[in-house]
Design a protein around this ligand. Structure first.
Ligand code: HPA
Length: 274
């Protein structure tokens, strides 16, 4: 795995030699246009980067873009591999550890999610305060790679408190509402049953989705700080009469895209100030 990380990092460095980004953004379903913020220097398909996971889901592109957002060097990852695709976590590990090898120390994880908060319906953006891992799996299971991080990872600040504060300041500046919520990661690929959503409510979840938590675990293991932004695409199962489909997820994520882009544009400037 280490060889593939070195090779991928080298290819990215060669494609954008003077960039040195400290911040990266992973874009979730229906959120690809957030990368339009980028004054682009290089675009690389995941298939050109050794070990990067090529997504199998429609509307999940697989490309890495680098350039500047408001003068700040940033890497965008358009597309990720999901647990339900069944390919394990190696691709995600290679992707996130390659960011670390390039010097990235802040990762913005975005996703499309169902909401359990009646006050945050489709089209809202919610900042992830904490998470509950219900995947029944963890990407850090197995022999620990001490070169990247410790066997036992502290998760008390899984979603970085200081950076979450900066997100709140950015939202205030643009006059937009940004509630915080607890994200429950479910394995999918089926959406949840209403009974499962009742259970999630009982255990304290505010958002539900099928991604993001593995990425957070891999990032925290190697010391990358994380913030998370969920684009609410639907009320969780049983909370409205909507029929949940992937097309519905994509269409509603696109509604949240503009607010998400505004937030990310101000956040990258504030978060990288000395
Ligand atoms: N559940 C799980 N994942 C999702 C949902 C949902 O309701 N909406 C978008 N991704």
């Amino acid at each position: 795995m280490s060889i593939m990380i070195q090779q991928s990092a080298e290819i990215i460095r060669k494609a954008a030699p003077a960039l040195h980004p400290k911040i990266a953004v992973m874009l979730g379903s229906g959120l690809g246009a957030v990368a339009d913020l980028l004054d682009e220097t290089a675009a690389l398909s995941y298939s050109a980067l050794p070990g990067f996971p090529v997504p199998t889901v429609k509307d999940h592109e697989g490309s890495l873009r680098t350039g500047h957002v408001a003068g700040v060097p940033v890497i965008f990852l358009k597309g990720r591999q999901h647990f339900y695709e069944g390919a394990g976590f190696d691709g995600l590990k290679i992707m996130i550890r390659t960011l670390k090898a390039l010097g990235v120390d802040i990762l913005i994880l975005t996703n499309a999610a169902g909401s359990l908060m009646p006050e945050n319906g489709p089209g809202s953006v919610v900042s992830i305060k904490d998470h509950i891992n219900l995947l029944g799996s963890n990407p850090l299971t197995g022999a620990n790679d001490d070169d990247w991080g410790p066997r036992f990872v502290d998760m008390g600040d899984a979603w970085d408190k200081r950076l979450r504060g900066i997100l709140q300041d950015c939202a205030k500046k643009s006059g937009s509402r940004l509630d915080e919520g607890i994200y429950a990661a479910m394995p999918g690929p089926a959406f949840e049953t209403p009974a499962e959503i009742s259970m999630l409510k009982t255990i304290g979840a505010d958002l539900v989705g099928m991604s993001t938590v593995p990425e957070n675990l891999i990032a925290r293991h190697c010391g990358i700080k994380c913030v998370g932004l969920s684009a609410v695409t639907n009320m969780a199962a049983g909370m409205s009469d909507e029929i949940l489909t992937h097309a519905h997820t994509i269409a509603n994520a696109e509604r949240a895209q503009k607010d998400m882009a505004t937030l990310i544009e101000t956040f990258v400037q504030e978060a990288t100030k000395a």
